[in-house]
Design a protein around this ligand. Structure first.
Ligand SMILES: [Zn+2]
Length: 193
C-alpha cells in the first residue's frame, strides 16, 4: 500500500511550497513521480504548479479525478513503468476537484503508489473546505490520510499565528480565485472581527 499525505492550512501558509519540497526530495532519491493539478486554477501558469514565491514544477493538468487514475493506469501498463516504476503522485489544490478525488486517491494508494496532496483547510466563512460537488470536504481526506502536515500562516492584521483565510470584498461564492488582492491569512480573533 502507498501512503497518503495531506498538506493543509490557510492561504499563504506555504502548502504548495511544502508539496514542491517533498517532490524535490523524491527527485534526489531518484523516485519517479507524477504531478497533477486541476484545470480550474490558472492564476499563475497553465501547465505548471507555481507557489507564491514563483518556484515552478511541470504538472499534468486534469479536468477530473478519473483523469488522474487514467494517467496512472496507462503508465502502469506501459513498458516504461517496468524500467522506471512510478512511486509517487502529487496533487496540488486538491479542494478544486469533485469528491470522487477521495476514491481516486485511495485507489492509487492501493496500487502501491504514495499520494501527496495539498489543499485549503477552511472556506472564507471558516467551514471545512468542500470539494467542488460539496458531497465531501477536506476533513474526510484528512481523516483518511496516513500523514497530515498542518501549516499555518502569519496573521495579516496582528502577526499572530493564522489558521484562517479571510476574504476581502462582498462575494458569497466559496471559490473566488485570487491572491493577496482578495485574500488574507488571519488568526481566529482577527478573522471574527
Ligand atoms: Zn490576528
Amino acid at each position: 500500500m502507498g501512503k497518503i499525505t495531506t498538506i493543509t492550512g490557510p492561504m499563504f501558509s506555504g502548502k504548495t511550497t511544502e508539496l514542491l519540497r517533498l517532490k524535490s526530495r523524491e527527485e534526489v532519491a531518484k523516485r519517479h513521480s507524477f504531478v497533477f493539478k486541476p484545470k480550474l486554477d490558472n492564476r499563475y501558469d497553465e501547465k505548471s504548479i507555481v507557489n507564491h514565491n514563483g518556484i515552478k514544477e511541470e504538472a499534468i493538468v486534469v479536468n477530473s479525478p478519473l483523469e488522474i487514475l487514467k494517467n496512472v493506469e496507462e503508465y502502469l501498463s506501459s513498458q516504461r513503468s517496468k524500467e522506471i516504476p512510478l512511486v509517487n503522485i502529487f496533487i496540488d489544490e486538491v479542494q478544486f476537484f469533485t469528491s470522487d478525488i477521495i476514491d481516486v486517491i485511495l485507489e492509487v494508494s492501493k496500487k502501491g503508489i504514495n499520494v501527496f496532496t495539498c489543499g485549503l483547510n477552511q472556506t472564507f466563512e471558516g467551514k471545512p473546505f468542500p470539494f467542488k460537488d460539496k458531497k465531501e470536504h477536506i476533513g474526510t481526506l484528512m481523516a483518511l490520510s496516513d500523514f497530515l502536515i498542518h501549516l499555518d500562516a502569519v496573521c495579516n492584521h496582528c502577526g499572530e499565528t493564522a489558521t484562517k483565510t479571510y476574504r476581502l470584498g462582498e462575494s458569497k461564492e466559496t471559490v473566488v480565485l485570487g491572491g493577496t488582492d482578495s485574500y488574507q491569512a488571519r488568526c481566529t480573533k482577527c478573522f471574527r472581527k
